[in-house]
Design a protein around this ligand. Structure first.
Ligand SMILES: Cc1cc2nc3c(=O)[nH]c(=O)nc-3n(C[C@H](O)[C@H](O)[C@H](O)COP(=O)(O)OP(=O)(O)OC[C@H]3O[C@@H](n4cnc5c(N)ncnc54)[C@H](O)[C@@H]3O)c2cc1C
Length: 338
């Protein structure tokens, strides 16, 4: 379907009242291939938009927004130890997680309740509660926006890193991901080392995938503002990675500073803590604010513009730099109007 001059308010979780010149949706991969082939060499500005839960629009988008609505979750292979599940890019991420947990397939349970579509999961290597989606992705199918050619990327070719992949670097804005294959285990080993997961599991008594999902959902609901109620895009900044010397120096000065080791062996600081220490938690400037539940989340109280949220985030970034010497890097992607 093609829509002209359309509001993107329901397509971005900051609930910003902005428009796109054109929105093109695809229910079938073949239609996307045909569209990009027929428009090969076009100079139109394009943006692939999933659930809009990691984007901050600074104004109307003058160009074509591509929105995949490709459905379908299928069991592609079943072995004793693992299964391969394929999912269309347009499936809501949490619907996939729920189904895999219901079937008893392990790997995605810690990633429950993250907004967005399956197609975006490999782009930023979705992660939460000590787990990253890269550990389950078998391969990714994508269509070139410039000529409609189809390419499959193995896990290695995706170039995954912390909230990073080839789709955010060399291939940024070049492909529409249409399908993702996941390798999930039939003999789940639960990942409970993060935060209070183990403690909460002990309270429930039974170690199971569905209980991990339940705990993650409850924790998220209690700690993060719900974008259906209060516009936001989750963590606005990445947790900064620092070398050993910096981590030790900061820890000496601020003994309560949370420093943890990630799966890449890096020292990671809690960006939310740094922001909170600068006094920003719950602060508001007009309709742009820093959440009172989690200082790493910026919110739209109603009529904020993208620019208001960006300006506030820059003030926060500056004060964190002045106090701790740490330059926060944005996790949310800013989309300029032109
Ligand atoms: C309340 C809340 C909590 C969150 N918690 C987490 C969390 O715990 N961990 C985490 O990692 N993230 C989290 N996020 C951020 C966000 O949900 C994820 O980054 C999610 O993967 C984005 O999916 P999306 O479909 O909304 O992508 P969008 O925001 O629409 O797009 C993000 C990027 O991916 C590209 N893209 C999207 N779909 C495709 C596709 N099919 N093909 C090619 N490129 C595509 C876009 O062009 C853009 O560059 C949270 C967000 C919110 C609002």
């Amino acid at each position: 379907m093609i829509y002209e001059n359309i509001s993107l308010k329901k397509y971005n979780t900051f609930c910003l009242n902005i428009k796109a010149d054109r929105l093109v949706t695809f229910k079938l991969e073949e239609n996307a291939i045909r569209y990009f082939r027929n428009n090969s060499g076009s100079a139109e500005r394009r943006l692939v938009l999933g659930g809009g839960s990691n984007l901050l629009f600074l104004g109307d988008f003058h160009g074509t927004v591509i929105h995949p609505e490709i459905e379908g979750i299928s069991l592609e292979e079943k072995k004793e130890d693992y299964v391969i599940i394929a999912s269309g890019a347009g499936i809501e991420w949490d619907r996939l997680v729920e189904q895999t947990v219901n079937y008893g397939f392990g790997g995605l349970e810690n990633l429950s309740l993250i907004p967005g579509q399956v197609g975006a999961a490999p782009v930023q290597n979705l992660g939460a509660y000590g787990v990253e989606v890269k550990d389950t992705i078998e391969k990714v199918r994508a269509i070139s926006l410039s000529d409609g050619s189809v390419r499959e990327f193995s896990n290695e070719e995706c170039g995954f890193g912390y909230r990073d992949s080839i789709f955010k670097k060399d291939l940024k804005g070049k492909y529409l991901i249409t399908k993702v294959w996941f390798r999930l285990t039939t003999k789940p080993k639960l990942s409970l080392d993060y935060g209070s997961l183990k403690e909460e599991m002990n309270k429930l008594g039974v170690n199971s995938l569905s209980n991990v999902r339940k705990i993650v959902i409850n924790t998220r609901l209690s700690k993060l503002p719900d974008p259906r109620v209060l516009g936001n895009a989750g963590s606005f900044f990445k947790n900064p990675i620092v070398d050993n010397v910096t981590a030790e120096n900061l820890k000496r000065k601020y003994p309560r500073l949370p420093v943890f080791r990630d799966s890449y062996g890096n020292n990671k600081l809690a960006a939310g803590w740094l922001i909170e220490q600068c006094g920003w938690k719950g602060k508001r400037k007009g309709d742009a604010g820093v959440s009172d539940k989690q200082a790493l989340v910026f919110v739209n109280y109603g009529n904020a513009k993208g620019r208001d949220i960006l300006d506030l985030s820059e003030e926060v970034r500056k004060s964190v730099f002045e106090k701790f010497g740490i330059d926060l890097e944005r996790e949310v992607e800013v989309v300029n109007p032109i």
